[in-house]
Design a protein around this ligand. Structure first.
Ligand code: ADP
Ligand code: MG
Length: 394
């Protein structure tokens, strides 16, 4: 689960991680007032979307307007806000369709002496969080990794013990820090690592992490992602969710208790079990097709959930055919067929529908299919199903 920069910074502040002062606004007038309230000679107007690269990104209707802009007057803040709010920002992380900017963060402009990179993720190989730093702040870390991998420093730390002070100092020295800045880094790094663990983050990225003219470390950007499997431990994070930033079909599926991921292809898949869903997608590809989604209705899905699943698949205008692949274990084949019939009548299938069933109550289910008189293609096994569904659209 992703959150906005301003939300991440609020959490950072509460955890004792230094951030600039800032005010959230949703209108040009508020942006002007925020500039005045911050009281400095320099402020930054920042588009709040769930994607990075905003500083270099431009708006769809206005290629001269950037997503992060330095301003020197209330009037400039107002004008920039006017050109950003309600408009679509395209950055290297949004894809060409871009994302609509509904909220801005107006922040005090800081005096930047150095821009560093900081990222924390979980390293699956060592089963430990790893703190990644680089002297190349402000640049995409992927580019640094490719062009100058030696500039990337990594420090694994124990989730229970946190980053130890000597580890923080080692990094600070490796980044060429001296005097009081080393002390500031020790504090900053141990706090941000604790924040990562305490909040069950899957990623925390600060790019840039700056050293100010007077040797302080401040998080100038904040990209925080929570591990969704741990959200039950953080009920209060639900308020931080911005559904307008999420794929509508995925939000709908989540509400129905389905595990759904939208993909680029044109063959809709309804499967029970994540492993079966993966192999179904593999077989579709093997036979020259492209899946439109991953969808696992789970082991004990109800008729309602399965009907909703069909609705979600058929709502996707890219879907040209649907493959239903069910292994009836806990989920009985006849329940799926019942849902299929309901969905068929309620939602309406205008595309070919291929069904492969196996397992509990399969005989009963097949009979229901045969007697339904509906236009459904049945398949003997998974390979047959994949061939038939790919064949139905080519
Ligand atoms: P993004 O990563 O989406 O481009 P950032 O928050 O990193 O957005 O902002 C882009 C750039 O704008 C930063 O690299 C920094 O140079 C500048 N910037 C951002 N916030 C401030 C600030 N508060 N004071 C001064 N410069 C800033
Ligand atoms: Mg950034």
């Amino acid at each position: 689960m992703k959150i906005h920069e301003y939300q991440g910074k609020k959490l950072f502040r509460e955890a004792g991680v230094p951030v600039p002062r800032g005010i959230v606004v949703t209108s040009p007038e508020e942006a002007a007032t925020a500039y005045t309230e911050l009281g400095g000679s320099l402020a930054v107007v920042k588009s709040q979307i769930h994607a990075g690269g905003r500083g270099k990104g431009t708006f769809k209707d206005n290629a001269d307007q950037r997503g992060v802009v330095l301003v020197r007057s209330a009037e400039e803040a107002r004008e920039n806000a006017e050109r950003m709010l309600g408009k679509t920002l395209v950055t290297i992380q949004t894809g060409e369709e871009g994302k609509q900017v509904n909220t801005l963060f107006v922040e005090e402009g800081l005096d930047i002496a150095r821009e560093l990179y900081l990222g924390i993720v979980v390293d699956r190989e060592t089963h430990c969080p790893v703190l990644i730093m680089s002297s190349e702040g402000g640049m995409e870390i992927e580019v640094v990794a490719e062009k100058s991998p030696e500039k990337i420093l990594r420090e694994h730390f124990d989730a229970d013990m946190g980053l130890l002070p000597f580890q923080a100092r080692n990094l600070a020295f490796a980044l060429g820090m001296e005097g009081p800045t080393v002390r500031a880094a020790e504090k900053f790094l141990t706090k941000i690592c604790k924040f990562f663990v305490d909040n069950d983050c899957s990623m925390c990225e600060i790019n840039p992490l700056i050293v100010t003219g007077d040797g302080q470390l401040v998080a100038l950007d904040a990209k925080v992602t929570f591990d969704e499997n741990a959200l039950f431990r953080h009920k209060d994070f639900e308020m931080l969710r911005d559904l307008s930033e999420e794929e509508p079909a995925e939000v709908k599926a989540q509400k129905a208790g389905l595990s759904y991921v939208k993909l680029e292809g044109n063959i809709g898949c309804l499967v029970n079990g994540a492993g079966l869903a993966m192999s179904t997608m593999d077989l579709i590809k093997l036979h020259g097709g492209e899946p439109a989604n991953f969808l696992d209705v789970g082991g004990g899905a109800s008729v309602e959930a399965v009907t909703e699943a069909f609705r979600i698949i058929l709502d996707d205008k890219n879907v040209k055919a649907v493959l239903v692949n069910i292994f009836g274990g806990i989920m009985k084949c006849d329940v799926i067929v019942e849902a299929l019939m309901t969905a068929y009548d309620k939602v309406g299938f205008e595309v070919p529908l291929v069904v492969r069933l196996e397992g509990t109550n399969v005989e009963k289910a097949r009979k229901m299919l045969e007697e339904s008189g509906k236009d459904i293609i049945t398949a003997a096994d998974l390979t047959d199903a994949a061939k038939k569904v790919v064949g139905s659209i080519s």
